[in-house]
Design a protein around this ligand. Structure first.
Ligand code: SF4
Length: 337
């Protein structure tokens, strides 16, 4: 059994403008020590899926259906106080902007100690020793001094290291990382991804990595879910999805990546059009208004997510040989070197 299994998840929000169908029938799973990368543009439902695992979409205007099983226990069925015990301790999360998660008025050491003491009965001294150990493990220089620093005194990369330290200090089974490197420059981004990989290898943590950047997925993930309009468009092992992509939306994401040997001036090919409104999701295949390969059936019938190879599923009406032919041509110039 997978450590985390999301089964047929539906999340919608009632708003003044109508019902926002943020997640529509998503099923995903992550095993211990593995990384599932979830990629898509904004509005694809990837962040709402992650927030729902953490119980952070339990809002008065939200309707949540389906199952989020952690080691067989349905987190969606847990009462709030039990879920709070799971959150932070067994499932931890880091966000794009550490400043939104770190309190600006408290010293870093105190914040990490509080994270520990919220879940475990430990002395102040023991909590401080664990905080110091955590800052050391994530490579913060002079960690003893940094315990007394305020968040604004650190660079963006160092703040993200502090967030990772705070997330991992309780040794969670799952780390959810929502755009963890988006706000960082390329060099620091690579360092943070390296750090996450090293810590994962050391602790055996399962990682659910949410990003709009297929390049980050290529560096980090074992499995990939490509999401569009609240649904999974393509799902499979990293190598299968990047080297033999079969969904036109995945092709679009790959073609909008700079290739390894591209000159700085080489134009990229962004996907035409904009992501759909989740209040009025297009009928049939939700990608049809933007799809260069749209057929008559596409606006009429929603394609099911079906196996195309072992461990690789795709939701598209195009015949499999056509998808494979086009996919092979797409990956050649743009996929990983
Ligand atoms: Fe394009 Fe049709 Fe496939 Fe959707 S089902 S991705 S519109 S070809």
């Amino acid at each position: 059994m997978a450590l985390l299994e999301i089964r047929d998840l539906h999340v919608s929000f009632a708003t003044r403008d109508g019902i926002v169908h943020a997640v529509d029938g998503v099923s995903l799973s992550v095993d211990r020590g593995r990384t599932l990368g979830v990629v898509g543009e904004s509005g694809s439902g990837k962040s709402v899926t992650a927030l729902t695992v953490m119980g952070l979409t339990r809002l008065p205007n939200a309707t949540i259906e389906g199952h989020v099983l952690l080691d067989g226990v349905d987190l969606l069925a847990l009462p709030g106080d039990e879920l709070r015990r799971v959150r932070g301790k067994r499932v931890a999360m880091i966000f794009q902007d550490p400043l939104s998660s770190l309190h600006p008025l408290y010293k870093i050491g105190w914040q990490i100690e509080e994270a520990i003491r919220a879940h475990e009965r430990v002395s102040e001294k023991a909590a401080r020793a664990r905080a110091l150990e955590a800052l050391t493990e994530v490579g913060i220089p002079s960690p003893g001094d940094r315990l007394s620093s305020y968040p604004h005194e650190l660079s963006g990369g160092m703040r993200q290291r502090v967030m990772i330290a705070m997330a991992l200090v309780l040794d969670p089974e799952i780390l959810i990382a929502d755009e963890p490197t988006t706000a960082l420059d390329v060099t620091v981004q690579a360092q943070i991804l390296d750090l996450m990989r090293a810590l994962q290898a050391e602790h055996g943590t399962a990682v659910l990595l949410i990003t709009h950047d297929l390049g980050v997925i290529a560096e980090t993930a074992d499995e990939v879910a490509v999401m569009y309009a609240g649904r999974v468009a393509e799902l499979g092992a990293l190598v299968g999805v990047l080297d033999a992509p079969e969904h036109p939306y995945t092709w679009g994401l790959l073609q909008s990546l700079p290739s390894a040997d591209a000159s700085r001036d080489q134009p990229l090919h962004p996907i035409e059009g904009t992501p759909p409104s989740l209040i009025a999701v297009p009928s049939g295949c939700p990608f049809h208004p933007r799809c260069p390969y749209v057929m008559a059936v596409c606006p009429r019938e929603e394609p099911a997510l079906l196996p195309t190879r072992p461990g690789h599923t795709v939701a598209c009406h195009l015949p499999v040989p056509t998808r494979r032919r086009i996919g092979a041509a797409v990956r050649a110039p743009n996929a990983r070197a």
